[in-house]
Structures are given as C-alpha cells and as structure tokens.
Ligand binder design. Structure first.
Ligand SMILES: C[S@@+](CC[C@H](N)C(=O)[O-])C[C@H]1O[C@@H](n2cnc3c(N)ncnc32)[C@H](O)[C@@H]1O
Length: 441
C-alpha cells in the first residue's frame, strides 16, 4: 500500500478502532492525582508564559486526538467551568470518550469524529489545546501544529509532544524487526501480538534487543496495549530536540516551556552545578533554551516524550520576578497554585502546624519539583491564608510581622521593610516551583 496521507490516516484509524487508547477503566477518576491535574491545568502554562493567573471558568479546551478520553477527563477535572471538546479519527475511541465524561457527570463536554486536519470544520476556537501522544504520527509534525494553530485563540496555548528518538531507539529497532517479518503488512491485531510475544520469549536472555525492550509482564494476556503501543505501533517515529524546535518554527509557533521543565535542567546533570568547568560556567548560562535542551538530551536521554507547550509569537516582553524591585512587589498579588488550593492540602497544612512539623510540599504536589521541598510553620501559616484566595503582597507582609515581630537574630523589632525583604526572598524561591504564583496587579 502507498503511504499517501489518506492511507496513513486510514491505518491510524484502523489501529485505534481495534485498540482504542488508553485502556483506563471508565470509573477511574484522576481527582486525587494532583501532578496530572497540575500539568493539565491551563493556569500552569498560562502563568509560565504570561505571569498572570487565568480563570478557567468559561474557557474552551480542545483535546486533539482524545482517544478514549482519559486525558479529556483530566482536563475537565483540572479546569473547573471550562468546556471540553474532544476530537479523534477513531469513532470507537470517540464513543468511549463520550461515555467516560458522561459517567463522571461532565455536561460541558462534546466529542466529534473529526481529524486534526479538519478542525476548522468545527467552527470553534480554543484557549488551550492538548494534543498528547499524537503529533509523532504526523509525517510532518509541523503540519499537525499548523492545524492546531488554525483554531487557537490569540493568547491560547498548545501542549503537544513527540517521541524521543534517543530514548526510544530500542523500540524503533524492535518495530523494524517486526516490519521485516511482515507483521505490519496488515493492521496488527491479536495474531501479530501473539507472534511478538512468542518471538521475544524465544530469544535467549542477553540478546541486546530483548535486554533493552522486554520484560516478563509483556508475556501476560493483559499486555496487549503495551505491545501494540511499543512493538507494533504503525506510524510511530522518533525526534530530537532540534526537530521539535524546527517544527514549532515552521508552524509559526513559539516555545513556552517543557511540560516537566524541572526534569530538563541541564545544570542538574552536574555533580556540583556551582563549580562547573570554566568553559561551561561561562557558556552554559548564556545558551538558549533550545541549546540547553539539546545538550541535556544528548547527555541524558531519559525522557520518552519531548513534551512541550507553545503559543503564538507574543509582542509582550517577559518581566520575571527576579527583575522586580520593591515597588513591583508592593503591587503584587500572591496566589497558591490551584492544585494546592484543595481540602487535602488544607488538612496537611493544619496538621503540620498543629504538630509543629515541617511539611514536604512534594507530598502534595511533586510535578514541578525535582526533589523534596520543606516548608516551616511560618510559611505554612502564610499558605493557609492563601487557601482562601489570593492576597496582596502587603497583606502577607503584615501577617509576617504579626508572626515575626522581632528579628530572629538579635531580637530587634522587625521593620516592615525587613519583613518585606524576607518575604520577597521566600516567595521567589517558592515561585520557581509554581507553588505560589505572583502577578503584578
Ligand atoms: C496514542 S493515542 C493518544 C490518545 C490520548 N491523546 C492520550 O494521550 O491518552 C493517539 C490517538 O490519536 C488519534 N489520532 C491520530 N492521528 C489523528 C489525526 N490526524 N486526527 C485526529 N486524531 C488522530 C488516534 O486515533 C488515537 O486515538
């Protein structure tokens, strides 16, 4: 069969009509998964891009290539008051997604059997587009991004991802093996899955491909999805960081951030980031995000996905809080990240305060931090205030003065300026992890 665009989408449709993805049970709820909600909450990328806290009420969110709708459900849970629209090539998948959102009581959701290429036919525009585990199936990912861009609102944000060529190299080799054996000639189904299991099982331990790709769990009956998505995935391809940037550029989009950006920090790869060889100490901080991420991946290709947020080129210059002066801070409004404004977090803050124990915030929200993040009672008392809603920086300074009337060194009375200076430092450190969001009002 010739791989024309129509035949490629036929293959993909057939593949996902046979094996709708993901096979997450309909009653599973992501409500308690703060990390998953954190990355699917429009507040997170919108703040990274604009340093403003967006209200999700009334926003329109697209799940492009929604599959069976588990991520659509996550989007609905993470963005209260937003309308969720899901599209997919596969009618089977769309039916399952519809049923899933209905099951969880979301009325403000709609699903359509529409391809990403045909999105304009919906006649809608979106504040946020999630296109997860789909883009690498496009012969040219820039075409996929351009199609998404055509239905994006001016300040809208796209989240998408590509498979990493480096991290997934062994699976691409395995796919090649089964192509050579003819298992991709028709849509791979039960027979081909069993053949993969038999062939991989039959290989001696120590054969390189088996060591790198196989584990005993894949010999079980419920491993179908994993085998289809790794060994028999039609159209699956790998990309490198420069190709991800090239696709954004070709589509006229601008990089915002990696989705798990704390885990792509080039400095974290060095034993002592404060004592780098001089050549690197001078050049690395000056390198562009594209250069830093490219180097990170060459040194340490551990991420299966090149998972990124992008947006339309913006006219506005960023004004990071590192560049703020006291007057900017005096006009600031401080928010707790919505994924920390939960009854569970409130109970944890109160318990730690009552027990006089520091609290590791990563036990509540791990996604943005790469290691533990402890806060003491004074900070917890501030966070508790923020559970009720955002507070002006000045109000937090007054609160800080009440709990710290004297300087802890020398016990001199604390001045308002000293309290403000302490809080600026403390909040800036927490803002790096988006535990608090700080906007100029
Ligand atoms: C690997 S699944 C990912 C599903 C879902 N996004 C998730 O991450 O759970 C890929 C989905 O994208 C759909 N898809 C692939 N190409 C598409 C296209 N051009 N337009 C619409 N859907 C597409 C497939 O039918 C399939 O359901």
């Amino acid at each position: 069969m010739n791989d024309t665009p129509a035949s490629i989408s036929d293959k993909i449709r057939q593949q996902f009509d046979f094996g709708p993805y993901p096979r997450v049970p309909i009653d599973k709820s992501p409500k308690e998964d703060a990390n998953l909600l954190f990355i699917h909450n429009l507040v997170t990328p919108y703040y990274l891009q604009n340093q403003k806290v967006i209200n999700t009420e009334g926003k329109t969110i697209l799940d492009a290539g929604c599959g069976t709708g588990y991520k659509s459900l996550v989007l609905a849970e993470a963005n209260p008051g937003a309308t969720i629209v899901g599209v997919d090539l596969s009618a089977e998948s769309v039916n399952l997604a519809k049923a899933r959102l209905q099951h969880h009581g979301f009325e403000n959701a709609q699903f359509h059997v529409v391809s990403i290429e045909d999105l304009p036919s919906l006649g809608m525009e979106f504040d946020y587009i999630n296109c997860d585990e789909v883009l690498y199936l496009f012969p040219n990912p820039a075409d996929g991004l351009s199609a998404l861009k055509s239905v994006l609102k001016p300040k809208g944000i796209i989240r998408s991802n590509l498979h990493s060529a480096w991290q997934r190299a062994s699976y691409f080799r395995a796919q090649n093996v089964f192509q050579v054996m003819g298992l991709f000639d028709n849509n791979p189904e039960e027979l081909e899955i069993t053949l993969v299991q038999d062939i991989m099982k039959a290989l001696k331990p120590g054969v390189d491909l088996k060591t790198r790709t196989w584990n005993p769990a894949m010999e079980k009956e419920d491993a179908q999805e994993s085998i289809l998505m790794n060994f028999l995935f039609q159209g699956d391809r790998g990309f490198k960081v420069p190709e991800m940037f090239a696709a954004m550029r070709e589509a006229g989009l601008e990089f915002v951030s990696m989705v798990n950006w704390r885990h792509w920090d080039i400095f974290s790869l060095f034993a002592d980031p404060d004592d780098l060889p001089v050549f690197l100490a001078l050049s690395l901080p000056e390198a562009s995000p594209e250069e830093q991420l490219t180097l990170f991946e060459l040194l340490h290709p551990v991420h299966r996905l090149l998972d990124f947020w992008c947006t339309l080129p913006s006219q506005e210059d960023a004004f990071p809080i590192a560049d703020w002066d006291v007057e900017d801070w005096q006009k600031a409004q401080v928010h707790l990240h919505p994924q920390l404004r939960t009854p569970k977090a409130q109970a944890a803050f109160i318990e730690s305060l009552q027990e006089q124990k520091p609290l590791d915030l990563t036990t509540l929200l791990k996604a943005p931090a790469s290691s533990s993040y402890f806060v003491n009672s004074s900070v917890l008392s501030l966070l508790l205030m923020l559970i009720d809603g955002p507070q002006p920086f000045q109000t937090l300074v007054e609160h800080w003065l009440l709990i710290h009337p004297k300087s802890l060194i020398g016990l001199e009375p604390m001045t308002t300026d000293e309290a403000a200076a302490e809080l600026m430092k403390l909040l800036s450190r927490m803002e790096v992890f988006l535990y608090v969001l700080i906007e100029v009002h």
